[in-house]
Design a protein around this ligand. Structure first.
Ligand code: HSE
Length: 430
């Protein structure tokens, strides 16, 4: 007996999903059990490949989530609405969900998983983070017995491509963004990627699983890459770093709270994440007793994302074939927490900083900087006068681990010094 699925959306990932299901040879034998019963699309006029039997396509998406014969609804619409409402309606009708939608899971996870646990259905979302990289199930299952300490990801391919090109070409952000848009690597509206929101959605999802608690998405501190320029990439290179957009979730040692943040970061060149380039993604997980594991691969794209979607579908079918206790969910696969983790405000986080100052070339300027940092408990690792920019001396400072609030107070004091012209760049250092 075939298991009927309904697809909501038949764009890039939807067609990639159908391509795998319709060509099962040499793949998992459970693929032969899948029947694509309905596919919801915006318009019937558009030509589609692979072609589906007549009558399967519909513009009425609600009929799919209400169809009593469909057991699994595969949501590939993206965005918050109507995805959220359709998922909730499908769950209320007792259907399992597979989704690639990081925004809806990160922002509406609480109501979706609460409803799914009550209805006794699975919500699987392997494709929502890292495209084709298996990371959700490994975190839940294979790594689940570890006490996770940190999850650090390069989980946005667009920004990683832009930063890689800027590093290789010595070009500035706007120039590389325009090039990436022409090549189709960046969206016409690149906001979600370049301002870090996409990575913030994804780290909210990873943190919830790794640290076993819900994450309030709007409490995640999020900075994008618009302010990164060729000058800082070049100075970072001289100092032994590359600049990457990192999404970081870290357990605080002294209590149950977490820090979760997204920002461009100077990464030492010998760090495992430093060599993750182009559109590739990687997630570095550190836990006890495991140590470090890095998951690396294609973070987006038709085939890669569809691979994760179809694997989720097959996993649910395996469960449907073997479970005789309807409504009872495997504790390793369902959402097993319902409390929110406390997130540390960014001002209280300890990290290293890189700051670039433009200073009037007068005696004692480095001393003034050092005194102001010292006044606020900010310990410096290195101070380098890089050169001159017009008539101004360019000085780069790298700190030891310091409290962000103290560092910001020191900067306020420094801004008021007569010898300081401006502070063009402030970046965090891993
Ligand atoms: N826009 C995402 C990225 C791909 O650039 O990584 C889908 O998650």
């Amino acid at each position: 007996m075939a298991f009927k699925i309904g697809l909501l959306g038949y764009g890039t990932v939807g067609t990639g999903t159908a391509e795998i299901i319709l060509a099962p040879e040499g793949r998992n034998s459970l693929l032969q059990e899948i029947e694509i019963a309905k596919v919801g699309v915006r318009s019937l006029a558009q030509p589609r490949s692979p072609q589906l039997p007549t009558g399967i396509l519909t513009t009425d998406l609600v009929t799919i989530v209400n169809d009593p014969e469909i057991e699994i609804v595969v949501e590939l619409l993206g965005g918050l609405e109507p995805a959220r409402s359709l998922i909730l309606q499908a769950i209320a009708n007792g259907k399992h969900i597979v989704t690639a939608n990081k925004a809806v899971i990160a922002r509406h996870g609480e109501e979706i998983f609460t409803a799914a646990n009550q209805a006794g259905v699975y919500v699987f979302f392997e494709a929502a983070v890292g495209g084709g990289i298996p990371v959700i199930k490994p975190l839940k299952q294979s790594l689940g017995v570890n006490r996770i300490e940190t999850v650090i990801g390069i989980i946005n391919g667009t920004t990683n491509y832009i930063l890689t090109q800027m590093t290789e070409e010595g070009a500035d952000f706007e120039e590389v963004l325009a090039e990436a848009q022409q090549l189709g690597y960046a969206e016409a509206d690149p906001t979600a990627d370049v301002d870090g929101y996409d990575a913030a959605d994804k780290i909210a999802i990873l943190a919830a699983i790794a640290f076993n608690g819900r994450i309030k998405r709007d409490q995640i501190s999020c900075e994008g890459i618009r302010q990164i320029n060729a000058t800082d990439i070049s100075y970072a290179d001289d100092l032994g770093f590359v600049i990457k957009l990192l999404a970081i979730a870290k357990a605080n040692v002294d209590n149950d709270s977490l820090q979760v943040r997204v920002h461009p970061t100077l990464v030492p060149k010998d760090h495992p994440l430093a060599n993750v380039n182009g559109v590739y993604n990687a997630i570095l997980v550190e836990g006890d007793p495991l140590g470090q594991v890095m998951l690396f691969g294609p973070g987006a794209g038709k085939g890669a994302t569809a691979s994760a979607v179809v694997s989720d579908i097959v996993n649910i079918i395996g469960f449907l074939q073997t479970s005789n206790t309807k409504g009872k969910l495997d504790p390793m696969l369902k959402c097993s927490h319902d409390h929110f983790k406390q997130l540390t405000p960014i001002a209280e986080i300890n990290t290293r900083f890189y700051a670039r100052f433009l200073c009037r070339d007068v005696p004692g300027v480095i001393g003034h900087l050092g005194t102001s940092f010292g006044n606020h408990d900010v310990s410096l690792e290195s101070v380098v006068q890089i050169g001159f920019c017009d008539d101004l001396a360019e000085i780069v400072v790298v700190t030891h681990d310091v409290q962000e609030g103290n560092f910001r107070q020191a900067l306020e004091e420094i801004k008021s010094l007569a010898s300081i012209d401006s502070i063009p760049s402030i970046l965090r250092v891993l």
